[in-house]
Write a protein that binds this ligand. Structure first.
Ligand code: NYM
Length: 212
């Protein structure tokens, strides 16, 4: 059948603190893979284009207030509403580069003091990434980069808590990349791990679900 005869795309997730360089690295990676002739798309969460995404966006802009649990579930719902499209894309051979995913969901909400098990629960059954690349930077270094916008969470003290939450979540399969290296070096390391991962997916690595 179609599924077993054609190879699938890879689900690549980039994670890290605010100002770690994820967004510019996803852009560079997308451009590279696209130019190499791969079928690839660049995604991000929150996806602010949906109805749920607009609620999230207004919360982040401090234009609305929501209970910590409620906003957590909205971030999760925002991933659920994209799940079937995500699966279709992957199965039809498109690689997805995703800027933030469930790990951001758990790291940011548990940094507020919510129970980590409670935070992970609504993510169960979403597609598991084939690769998590963590762009590692200390909260202090990230803050020095300036450009924290005025959004909620973009403060040193809170980012320190988020960094601790990410450490608790990080598992040995994550590819941790030093985000203080020159941009081109980060790009090179990222390409290496991504191409390896895409190869494994082409060779038949099955899609799996959170939490493995
Ligand atoms: N964020 C992002 C969460 O708190 N939970 C989530 O599930 C996701 C995906 O939203 N500070 C936070 C992390 C960021 C903020 O993301 C907006 P970005 O990448 O700046 O658009």
């Amino acid at each position: 059948n179609k599924e077993s005869s054609s190879s699938r795309g890879a689900l690549i997730v980039l994670e890290g603190l605010d100002r770690c360089g994820k967004t510019s690295q996803s852009g560079r990676l997308y451009k590279y893979l696209d130019e190499q002739g791969h079928s690839v798309e660049s995604w991000r969460f929150p996806d602010r284009n949906t109805g749920v995404g607009q609620m999230i966006s207004s919360y982040l802009a401090n234009e609305s207030q929501l209970d910590d649990h409620a906003i957590h579930l909205l971030f999760s719902a925002n991933r659920w509403e994209k799940r079937s499209l995500m699966e279709d894309k992957l199965r039809s051979g498109t690689t997805l580069i995703v800027d933030r995913y469930s790990y951001s969901g758990v790291a940011f909400s548990s940094a507020k003091g919510l129970d980590i098990g409670w935070c992970k629960a609504p993510e169960i059954g979403l597609l598991a990434p084939d690769l998590v690349a963590y762009l590692d930077i200390s909260p202090e270094k990230a803050a020095e980069r300036g450009g924290y916008g005025g959004e909620r969470y973009e403060q040193l003290e809170f980012q320190e808590k988020v960094a601790r939450s990410y450490s608790a979540l990080c598992d040995p399969s994550w590819k941790v990349i030093d985000a203080t290296l020159p941009v081109v070096d980060i790009e090179k390391k990222l390409r290496e791990v991504v191409l390896d991962c895409m190869m494994a997916c082409q060779k038949g690595k099955p899609l799996s679900q959170l939490w493995p």
